[in-house]
Write a protein that binds this ligand. Sequence first.
Ligand SMILES: [Cu+2]
Length: 491
Amino acid sequence: MPAKDARIQQHDRSPAAIGNAFSRRGFLKAALAAGTLPLFPGATRAAASAVKRLVAGTRVIEVNGRPAKVFRLTGPDGHPGIRLAPGERFRVNLANESGTRTLVHWHGQLPPWTQDGFPWPQTPPLADGAVQAYDYAPIPGTYWMHSHYDMQEQNLMTAPLIVHNAAERREDRQEVVLMLHDFTFRTPQEVLAGLTGKSTAQTQAMAGMPAMAMSSPTSMHMDLNDVHYDAFLANDRTFADPDIVRVERGGHIHLRVINGASSSQFWLDLGELVGQVVATDGHPVQPVAGSRFPLAMAQRLDILLDLPRSGAFPILARLEGTGRQTGIILATTAAQIPRIAHSTQAAPPLDNSMEAGLTAAEPLRERPTDIVHTIALGGEMKPYAWSMNGEHWPHVTPLMLDQGQRVEIDLVNRTMMAHPIHLHGHAFQVSAIDGQPIRGAVRDTVLVMPKRRVRIAFDANNPGRWAFHCHNLYHMVSGMMTEVRYQGIAV
Ligand SMILES: [Cu+2]
């Protein structure tokens, strides 16, 4: 049964499978007790200096019963992405075997700007067949990597980037990575042409589904889901054949959820389970208990789960404003695996009610702000063009910073859509929502709701030239990106 074998192989390469291999509960403890392993595998001096090979290539997955050729980013163990032990440097040789040019961005990490994978002339794309070396000190947490070149992100040039810290290694939790994608059999160029080249009505007719207008609680209309997708993937699979992660009865889980979708946002729904959110975008927060959490494009959540009993526990990702869903299933041995529909009752649009209640566990130190910039987010569905301060990438005026400044940026959304705004090379703290000051989460991507404002604060401590953009891929490529540049950086 070659088809089945292929599926199994693909299953074994899923991010969740790596999690199981690495941190199966008890494995590390037993190995430590037996004295057969260094305290942290890979963290010895010799191992820490080892260079990891990361291959950008292609692969075929099955979606809705059809084969689909997509990209891959495969680490040295054959699994997607990179995992680093506590204290280990990000020493990676990226080998491009994709058959085309690429450029990979280490989303949320704080490397020197020349290693950031942002497509300036100074960081040209990597030619097919070429290898590029990276070496920087990573920050711990749940991160990810994705192509920042030519909309390759839509074709799954994406993977987890997990940096462990010593404390969580001691906690003895089973790590489960859940990576979300939106999938279309159309090329991203076709999707973009549909968005920009036709009237909204024509685009809707072509896509078979409207770019949805929803009413928020304040009865203001907002636009959601620009793109109609063929499927939503959780660890490359749908509920037709989901990723089933084996867990222990009463098991303790560390769930790392990554929204790698190009143009879709989800409610993470734990079903009957109650989890504790302990980190947002890799940065610790005061724990928040709940069963349903919003996850904007590019954002991550770290959730601790203690299973109450044996059984099967679906972890759902529900597309905002629709009934569509994907997910994985945590299951103890011999548990009956339920059949989960691709569609259920509609989930509401994402909102910032959780964001407003988050508190950073490791906040920025208190100090006066040196400079406040305002960025107006502009644009609309028709014509489909999105802007920052009225400018469309690449015709932008850089936002200039001096090294050492405490910077705040007011993000003012003048549009009818929510925009997940991402700053490269820095971690920022959410300092106000709609003018209400908070000591909110430290993050790298924040959702700015339609007609609302979010203020972020950060220290200008990583000199260079950095991208600052909406993480909706089609907003970014139609103009919603600018540059943050330090004074004195050569252009
Ligand atoms: Cu946007």
